[in-house]
Design a protein around this ligand. Sequence first.
Ligand code: SAM
Length: 283
Amino acid sequence: MKNLCDINVIKDVMTRHGFNFSKALGQNFIVNPSVCPRIAEMGGVDENTGVIEIGAGVGVLTAELAKRAKKVVCIEIDSRLLPVLDETLAEFDNIEIVNEDVLKVDLHKLIEEKFAGMRVVVCANLPYYITSPIIMMLLESNLPIESVTVMVQKEAGDRLCAKVGSRDAGAVTVAVDYYARATKLFDVSRGSFMPSPKVDSMVIKLELRQEKMFELSDEKKFFRLVKAAFGQRRKTASNSISSGMGLPKSDVIAALERAGFDANARAEKFTMEDFRRLCEEIQ
Ligand code: SAM
């Protein structure tokens, strides 16, 4: 098999297929040979696993996943890569490429049809322009997947894995913590990609909670509250929540006090349980 991390091999296959990188599709391909085996190993991929990959590029991670998994289904939006992948992944018979936008695929149906009887994980070097929409879609869709092991921009990884209640946390941190246990796995420098992006990266793992952290009477309200609370970080929780949720400030202060908080409390210090309590008090 050709070394798909070798810049000359990538350039050769790209030239022969008339392919050039699309910045708009976040096409930065991995050329550091140590990265993909680690993603596959730490993603818990074994011979009983069905893997969903998002974005194949020239297939460097796809091949490492296919070596270990029972089956890999890779969703790749760019049809120009199909003939490239036909060539680079020719030796594998357990890979299927789905030429779609991952945000438009019915993943419930895909898992049911392609991965019967297998444990299912997601592994990917994500296109950075849609990191959060992809992660939130995977978490919110109630899919039968065990974990999501993905490369993201370092700053995004820090926020996704931050401790709720710490300075690095944001609305997305709370949302991720509600659905999954997030762990930083390892850093990846910008030089590990071709073309080299302007930022460093990080591989993170989200292990989906099999049981909910807590029951909420209104999940949508909980996420509207969290979004509002972090919407204006410098303001007090009462100000940001009243403007973000369109509620009278006096009602928000009353809810904060019923939940046991000071009227001047700041949302960035709230824990998950604090948000739950406050959500139950907000009308
Ligand atoms: N896995 C390869 C690697 O690690 O070298 C490529 C990773 S590259 C950062 C992201 C890949 O996602 C590209 O191949 C790009 O075409 C694909 N992509 C971008 N947007 C997508 C979308 N909405 N749905 C599916 N694939 C997408």
